[in-house]
Structures are given as C-alpha cells and as structure tokens.
Design a protein around this ligand. Structure first.
Ligand SMILES: C[C@H](O)[C@H](O)[C@@H](O)C(=O)CO
Ligand code: MN
Length: 420
C-alpha cells in the first residue's frame, strides 16, 4: 500500500474518531500492551521433535496436508522469525514440551530438563521476547488408553506427574532467564468415549496429581500455572475429567490461572462472557484464542464476533494486565506462516477495535436505559474507519501494511517452503 495514502487515511480517521471522543494516537500507544503468545505448534501441525513421525492423539486433529511444514528446529525458528517480522507489536513464544532441542537423542517426557530447552530460551532472548510453556500430555504410549494425570494405572499417573513437574521447573528457569514470567499451561486429554461410571474416581486422581505436580512454589516473577478445561474431544465425547467446573474450582482454591480456550465450550457459550466472571475470583486468566467450527476444530482465528467480545471485555474493564493472551489453532491445509499472520493480526485487530470504542458514552446510554441508542452506536462503530488506524499502526511498526504481507509470504514460500 502507498505510504502517503495510509497517512492521509489515518489523519481523516483520527478526526472522525475524535468526534466520538476517541484519541487514536493514544490507541496506537496502548496497542503496545497487547502481547500475544504465538503457539509454536502451527508450524508443524503439533508434530514435535521427539520422533520423525509422531502421531497426534488426545482428541485433537490437524487436518490438511499443505506442503512446507517445519520438520527441524532450524526450520521452525526460521518460520517463526518470518512470522514475527510480519506482525506489529511484540509477541511471545508458546512452546510445547515435545519441541525440545533433543539433538537426535531419545528423551522421554519424564526425563526432560532445562538443557533441552536452553537453545529456545536463548532464541527468545535474541528475539527480545518472553516464553510460555506447556506440558505435552498426549501423543504418547502412556496416554494410549485416554488417561494421563487421572489414570488409574499408577505407573502411568506417576509418569505424567513427573512430566508436569519437570515442565514447571523448565518454565520457571525460562521466566527467570528472560525476565518475564513464563505461563505454564496444563491441558490433558483424559476422558471417556462412552458413558463412564466412575467419574469421581478420575477427578480425585486428577486433583491428587495436580497437587503433587505443583507442590513446588516458584516465584510469580518466574512462572505462573494455568489449567485448561475442555468440554469434549474427538473420541472423548461422554466425559472429560478436566471439565470447566473442575478446573475453575482448582484454580480458585489454589490461586492458579484458568485457561479459557474458546473452542472448549458449548457453541452457544462465549468466552468473552466468562472473563469478568472468572476475574472476580482469580488474579489472572490465560486465553487460547481459536476458531471452532462445529467442534474444537482450531481453525485460523478471524475477526469474528466471539473474538471481538473477548477483546472488548478485556479492554473495557482494563483487564489487559490480568489476561495472558495465547492462540491455539493449527491449520495444515494452508500456508502455515500465512495462517499465523492472518490469525494473530485478526486477534490484534479485535483489540484495536475495542480500544477505538467510546465505552463511557455506551455505558451512559446503558445506565440511562437508552438501549436503542446503545444498539445504534454499537452498530455505527462497526463501519467506522478502523482499517485506516490499523494500517497506520502497521506502517509505524515497520511491518507490511494491509494485504502486502500476502506477497511477502508467497516469496518466502517460493524461496524456502517449496524446497522442503
Ligand atoms: C496443543 C494444545 O496444547 C492443545 O490444543 C490444547 O491447548 C487444546 O486446546 C486441546 O484441545
Ligand atoms: Mn487450547
């Protein structure tokens, strides 16, 4: 896009938003507080580096076979660097435990150590970004019967407890070295395809395992624990041990973060509505922003009403410092770098739109019972020149403006992805 046109459009947009009492220059500043954690697993369809042909299990699926996925740590880092170069603002890296720098060695999940992730910590330092981390409690023989931390097989349960313990220690070290707390998220696939009888038994075990795995308290400046709930997964349709009720209770009682993944609820439930509810009782939450289509399909995030409500609720209530924003999608059917850029930019746009809202005016209408006026203004806001502010933000940040990133990604595909 032509620089002069982007600047001209911004100046006009600035005046139009000023008429509503919104200062766009301040919004551009505030966008610095929106730091999105990039989930590494979009680079390779949740494959990881433990084995060359690691099969994805646990009721999640990456569908598609688009060429060019990362198969080595070097390719993954190159892809992530390309993605970072196309995004305005500052991001973080969200790493799963299966992505260790194992140097061809077979390291089981109960054996991982900081040394296997030191090169990632160094990479984050070189990029000037923070790191988040996840235990990987799926795609493993010891999860083959569908249970991990809530397993009745004591040997397996202990194995997964050890894994989570080690992941927390790695997280704490990453946070310490990088000078920004590492959010460690625990998601397990445990559940039952058909109607189970002993739901309680598994939940007792899950609680016990979490208590054991989280027995060590690390400084909050180094790491924070999150637990991620889910309604159901593929092949786990009848009961999920780590349901929302279970984890919300656990998080409140133990001062942990709840991870809200907007693909993990009934389609008529909105995560945007849950944020202010959870934050009455918790210090912080973690988000996995995704796009579920009919199920937890993890499509690339787009600028839709669900994502907008999430962003608006955070901005309206000044919750940015209490909400850790992560993404969770993995689309193997399109260019994977493109998927990241579209999805992350969509989430960022939702935050910018939220910041361009004259919230106090809307609340005035609401409190006065002027609900037609509230509805009308909300509708009018949808067609205000948000795009001009967004394009100018990208220009200011020195990244591709508007659709210009399409050509950059096509070029990267030709130069690198097609040769893999
Ligand atoms: C790979 C992730 O940990 C996983 O997607 C998890 O966060 C989830 O959402 C499972 O449905
Ligand atoms: Mn998730």
């Amino acid at each position: 896009m032509k620089k002069e046109n982007v600047e001209k459009a911004y100046l006009l947009a600035k005046e139009l938003y000023a008429e509503l009492g919104v200062n766009t220059d301040e919004v551009l500043q505030k966008m610095k507080d929106v730091n999105i954690s990039l989930h590494c697993w979009q680079t390779d369809d949740v494959g990881g580096f433990e084995t060359a042909d690691g099969e994805l299990s646990g009721g999640i699926q990456a569908t598609g076979n688009y060429p060019g996925k990362a198969t080595t740590i070097e390719q993954m880092r190159a892809d992530l660097e390309k993605v970072l170069s196309l995004l305005p603002g500052k991001q973080r890296l969200n790493l799963h435990a299966i992505y260790g720098d194992f140097q061809g060695e077979k390291v089981d999940r109960d054996e991982i150590e900081v040394k296997h992730f030191q090169s990632w910590i160094d990479w984050c330092k070189a990029q000037g970004i923070g790191m988040d981390f996840n235990a990987t409690c799926f795609s493993h023989d010891r999860a083959a019967d569908g249970f991990t931390l809530s397993s009745k097989n004591e040997e397996n349960r202990r194995f997964w407890v050890e894994h989570v313990k080690r992941c927390r220690a790695i997280s704490a070290e990453a946070g310490k070295q990088l000078g920004t707390p590492c959010v460690h998220n625990t998601w397990i696939p445990d559940g039952s395809k058909d109607v189970p009888v002993d739901r309680n038994g598994h939940r007792v075990l899950l609680k016990k395992s979490l208590d054991e795995a989280m027995a060590i308290d690390y400084p909050k400046e180094h790491m924070k624990d999150a637990v991620e709930s889910k309604l159901f997964g593929i092949g786990v349709e009848s009961m999920t041990v780590g349901s929302h009720d279970f984890y919300l209770g656990y998080a409140i009682k133990n001062n942990k973060l709840i991870c809200l993944d907007n693909g993990h609820f009934h389609p008529t439930e909105q995560v945007g509505d849950k944020i202010s509810a959870c934050l009455q009782f918790l210090d912080e939450v973690l988000l996995h922003v995704t796009r579920p289509i009919r199920w937890d399909s993890d499509h690339v995030v787009t600028l839709n009403e669900d994502v907008q409500l999430i962003a608006s609720e955070i901005v309206r209530n000044n919750f940015l410092s209490r909400v850790n924003i992560g993404l969770d999608f993995f689309d193997a059917s399109i260019n994977r770098i493109g998927a990241y850029v579209v999805g992350t930019r969509a989430a960022q746009k939702a935050f910018m739109i939220a910041m361009l809202e004259p919230t106090s005016k809307l609340i005035q209408y609401e409190e006065a019972g002027h609900n037609f006026e509230r509805l009308a203004l909300l509708e009018e806001l949808k067609t205000k020149p948000f795009g001009a502010v967004w394009d100018y933000y990208c220009l200011q940040e020195g990244v591709a403006v508007g659709e210009d990133y399409i050509a950059e990604i096509q070029q990267y595909e030709k130069e690198f992805l097609e040769k893999r």
